[in-house]
Design a protein around this ligand. Structure first.
Ligand SMILES: C[S@@+](CC[C@H](N)C(=O)[O-])C[C@H]1O[C@@H](n2cnc3c(N)ncnc32)[C@H](O)[C@@H]1O
Length: 188
């Protein structure tokens, strides 16, 4: 149910997050907490056949589904799936040109170590794009009462800055019911 509701506004948000990475053909990119895989699809299209997409997920069910759905691109070496959490990612330091993570921060208790990891894996001047529902709009959704941690956008921005990601932009996207923020950070 949660993913169905989020998915209504999701495609546009995730596609905008991928565009905001400015990753082009041949780039190496990552989607952290890829869930159903909308971001993986968009990233694969953006980097093309010469690029590489890394998908990191904490949930075994999402990893299993993606393993089946993306069998061909995994075999071709264009997509690599990893079990991991944002605060502890199995990716080498400065190994990706850009990373996205959309609709994930609500499930992370301590943003400091998680954002430090995002900053670690992205190369200098590389981009991290976070997609986050506006907390006031999210609070009106009944499914956010439990498990969801809704924070002011200013707090998330401060934590990105503290991790060494200079926030260039807070781009707002609306699906008519909800506003999503795309926080575009650049590694210092
Ligand atoms: C609401 S879904 C969003 C999926 C996708 N990013 C999107 O926007 O469609 C949140 C996803 O984040 C994953 N997740 C939650 N906490 C995580 C963490 N600490 N590290 C990595 N993934 C996490 C969940 O398993 C879930 O697949």
């Amino acid at each position: 149910m949660v993913s169905r509701v989020l998915n209504r506004g999701n495609y546009e948000t995730v596609a905008a997050a991928v565009a905001a990475t400015e990753a082009g053909a041949g780039a190496t990119v990552a989607d952290i907490g890829f869930g159903g895989g909308v971001g993986l699809d968009e990233l694969l299209a953006a980097v093309g056949e010469t690029g590489t997409v890394h998908g990191v997920e904490i949930a075994p069910t999402m990893l299993d589904q993606a393993g089946k759905r993306y069998r061909a691109v995994i075999a071709a070496g264009r997509l690599v799936l990893h079990t991991g959490a944002m605060h502890q990612m199995p990716l080498a330091t400065s190994s990706v040109d850009a990373a996205i993570s959309t609709n994930t921060v609500y499930f992370i208790d301590d943003l400091g170590p998680a954002f430090a990891e995002l900053a670690r894996v992205v190369r200098p001047s590389g981009r991290v794009v976070l997609g986050v529902g506006d907390p006031a709009d999210m609070a009106r959704m009944p499914f956010t009462e439990n498990r969801f941690r809704l924070r002011p956008i200013a707090e998330i921005t401060e934590q990105l800055e503290a991790a060494g990601l200079a926030v260039q932009e807070d781009r707002r996207i609306s699906d008519g019911r909800m506003v999503f923020h795309l926080l575009v950070g650049e590694k210092r």
